[in-house]
Structures are given as structure tokens and as C-alpha cells.
Design a protein around this ligand. Sequence first.
Ligand SMILES: Nc1nc2c(ncn2[C@@H]2O[C@H](COP(=O)(O)OP(=O)(O)O)[C@@H](O)[C@H]2O)c(=O)[nH]1
Ligand SMILES: Nc1ncnc2c1ncn2[C@@H]1O[C@H](COP(=O)(O)OP(=O)(O)O)[C@@H](O)[C@H]1O
Length: 394
Amino acid sequence: MGEAPVFFADDSQATISNGFHLKLKESESAIVVGNKTYVIGGFDDLTSNGVRVFDKSTDEWVIPVVLGTKPNEFKGHSMTVLDDDRILIIKHNSNSNDCAWFLEVDTHFVQEQKKKLETDVVCWSKGVIGYAERPIVISGPSGVGKGTLINRLMKDFPTMFGFSVSHTTRAPREKEENGVHYHFTNRNVMEDEIKAGTFLEYASVHGNLYGTSIEAVEVVADAGKRCILDIDVQGARSVRSSSLDAIFIFICPPSFEELEKRLRARGTETEELIQKRLCNAKAELEQGTSDDLFDHILVNDDLEACYELLKKILGLDGSSNATFKTTTEVFDLPLEFSLSKMNERIIIISDNADHKIVLDLTNMKGGAPGRTRGLRMYHAGLHTTDDDDNDGNV
Ligand SMILES: Nc1nc2c(ncn2[C@@H]2O[C@H](COP(=O)(O)OP(=O)(O)O)[C@@H](O)[C@H]2O)c(=O)[nH]1
Ligand SMILES: Nc1ncnc2c1ncn2[C@@H]1O[C@H](COP(=O)(O)OP(=O)(O)O)[C@@H](O)[C@H]1O
């Protein structure tokens, strides 16, 4: 039986706490979503994971599993509930690069994780202001040239793309670096991490476990880059059903014989492993080309031609409207403020009312696991129409 909720810090907290009074620490505040009261804050306390939940239906406190990277330095904040499935938290005295955070409490991803982990789960997702490009999933059989194409993109556009470094239980190849090509791990550790909800997706491929951690994707978004995932078809299917909102590209070889030739010429696998990869390639090619999982299928025959096509799909050849807006005005938020919600716009009103900033969620995309992208911020009164630019539209 959980500790019963005790007494109040002040009236405002008492009114939002679902008909009972909560005693909150100085840096905490509470908000009600359905039957549950979420108490958020206390990040300085190392014994706390920053979120506790009082469930009115069971009369119990629950400490949920908290996924995603949580915000640091969380002094004052204001909150509001969106769509009954996430809480928007805006930090006081912050700026637009790090002011908006979402605690997802009942989104599709969180519901899935609750089922998987059989416990209460919440997940943080940082809000990113401004135009945000969709992550890219690249799949294809072993030896088709995925790594070659990705390395080329990263080399030609170093500030634009970031590689999602997967975890794997396979042994490192010569020249592969831990933390750069993969996070090399062992099966027991990885299975425990899978159980703990560390991964956005994972699969058993060629007899080893491979997985994309939530952190691997977030690290890239934090660096302001567009994330590239090199994952197998099973992983692509999992990502498709997540909120990552990626572009899915499948790379095919010109022929099976050519695939075998490349795999042998690379010289990184034993004969036994080459046979295993070739055998799996048949099924991968069938799955990759037979349903609607992939948005684009590229044949990597001539490398240059394939690379040009890839750049075209990604809007890098100058023929598309997909320009990269990397800079947006930085807004300083007041020391103290309250929030008011008007449809999909959140008005941030400073306590002395000299300052009004709008956080526009109309083009919000993505979400946990990963960033919530496409948010827009402007000074109230200065904005004219909804369609005067394409911020957030991908
Ligand atoms: N599902 C999933 N597949 C992955 C991940 N990382 C790599 N893979 C896939 O695992 C397969 C084997 O990768 P690897 O051992 O590096 O060999 P390669 O394909 O010959 O370069 C490839 O199809 C990769 O796309 C991951 O995080 N998740
Ligand atoms: N279009 C191409 N034509 C000939 N060889 C290629 C081509 N693309 C890649 N390769 C070579 O094929 C081998 C496998 O490529 P790699 O990028 O490692 O594949 P993957 O990452 O899909 O397993 C490498 O030796 C690479 O240099």
C-alpha cells in the first residue's frame, strides 16, 4: 500500500491535484491526467528519478520507469496537458533551445512500453524549435553498400548528418571502433537493457542481437543533426510503427552474384559467416521489396549513380524545396510565467504581463522515443498568418 497523499504546499497545487492535497518539494509541481497525478521535478535529488505518480484509482503512489533523456537543471517550470497523453513542461528562465520538454504518459509508444515492461512507464522527449528534417532509415542485405553510401553522406555533409550508433553482440571487425561503428556489448547485458526499455528497436540478425537505443537517436538530434539509422528490415518495421517519422530507404544489389562478390571482396567475414549472410539476404530482399515498408528502393549498381539518387531523395541535389534551416531566432523566456492554451498554441505570459511569447504546436512531429520536432516560437502580436513559412513542414 502506498503512502497516502499528505498536505499541501499552497492553494494552486491543492487545486490541481485531483481532489486531494499533495505535499510537494520546492522544485516539484503536480498535474492531473485522468486518474493520475504526476509530480514532476526534484531532479537535484539523486534518489529520485524526477517523476512520481499518485494513482487515484488504486490510492497508491507509483514510481514509473522513466525512459528517454531527462532534462537537467529543472528549477522553475510551468506545465499543461496535451491530448490527455503527454505533459508539456516549459522551463522558467530558459531559452528556446532548451525550454520545451514533453513527458509522454499515454502515447502509443508509452502504451507499448507499458505492455512490454509490465509496469507504469513515462518517457521524456525534448521539444525542438524550428524546422527539423526527418531521420533516415537505410536497410539492405549485408554487402550491398549501405555503409559505403552512409559514410559518403557523412563525409560530404558533416554538419548535417549524424549516425545512430547501434548496440550489437557481434564481435568487432578489424578497424571497427567501440562507440563509433557500434557499441559492442554482450548478450546478457543487452538482454537486460532490452528488458529495461533502453531500445527503440532491436532484432536478432545473422545470429547476433542488434539494437538502436533511444539515446543513440537523441544524441544525434541534440547535435542538431539529421539521424541516419543503418538497421535491418525487422528493425525498420519496428521503427515504422514508432513515432520516429523517418524516411525508409532500401538498398538492393544489381544481382545476387554481385552481392556475393562484394561481400567476399570486403574480406571481413569468414566463409561460414558469408554463407549465413547470403542465405539471409534472399529473405531480406524479398521482404524489403515486397510490401510498402520502404518509401524508396535504390539499386546500388554504379556507386556514383546510386549516391546521386540518394542525395536527390534527401533533397541535397538542389532540386527540392527541402532547404536546411539550421538557425532560428533564440527566445529568452521570463523568470516566472504562466501558460494559457489556445487550440494548438501555448501562450507564455510573464508574471508582470510585459512579455507574451507563443509556442505553436500546429506542426508538431515525432516524439518519444526521440525529439518532438517542428515547434515554432514567436512574439505574440508579431505573427500574421499560419502559412507564411514552412517551419515544421517536412
Ligand atoms: N534491427 C537492427 N539491425 C541493425 C542494427 N545495427 C545494424 N543492423 C543490421 O544488422 C545487419 C548486420 O550488420 P553488420 O554486422 O554490421 O554487417 P553488414 O551488414 O555486413 O555491414 C545489417 O543488416 C545492419 O543493417 C540495429 O541497431 N538494429
Ligand atoms: N556500387 C558498388 N559497386 C562495387 N562495390 C561496391 C559498391 N558499393 C559498395 N561496394 C563495396 O562492397 C563492399 C560492401 O559494402 P558495405 O558498404 O560494407 O556494405 P554493407 O554496409 O551494406 O554491408 C565494400 O567493400 C564496398 O567498398
